[in-house]
Design a protein around this ligand. Structure first.
Ligand code: FES
Length: 126
């Protein structure tokens, strides 16, 4: 449900649900007319979100649910062929990725994380 003050903001999770280098929080969006999975993570204190779609092959990156970080908690990893992405920008840092992850803007305020809809990323219609 959009926030009362800004219809482009959508509640995603509580701030405490995002632990630095820990499990991601999944959510669904419409991307270019298709329902897609997305995920939010925290890295060095800041929350970030991306479409859960590898740029090598357009498939979800976590073979263990919501485990997007590598074992060190430093990099986002695609489990299929090992593409490596920067957690704070989504930029490709190694492996077979072709360009960076598609970023979704977040806003964090008063202990709640919201994602921002912005074409082509829109809320799923029910
Ligand atoms: S599908 Fe992600 S690295 Fe190949």
């Amino acid at each position: 449900m959009p926030s009362a003050s800004d219809p482009t903001l959508h509640p995603l999770c509580n701030s405490r649900d995002l632990v630095d280098g820990g499990l991601a929080v999944p959510f669904d969006v419409m991307y270019a007319g298709q329902t897609c999975r997305a995920f939010a993570i925290r890295h060095q204190g800041r929350a970030h979100a991306y479409l859960n779609r590898c740029t090598h092959v357009a498939m979800e990156m976590d073979w263990q649910p919501n485990r997007l970080f590598d074992d060190t908690g430093r990099w986002l990893l695609c489990a299929t062929h090992g593409a490596v992405y920067e957690p704070d920008t989504g930029a490709c840092k190694g492996g077979p990725c072709r360009g960076g992850l598609i970023r979704i803007d977040l806003a964090e305020h008063a202990g709640v994380v919201h994602w921002r809809s912005q074409y082509p990323v829109q809320p799923v219609e029910f």
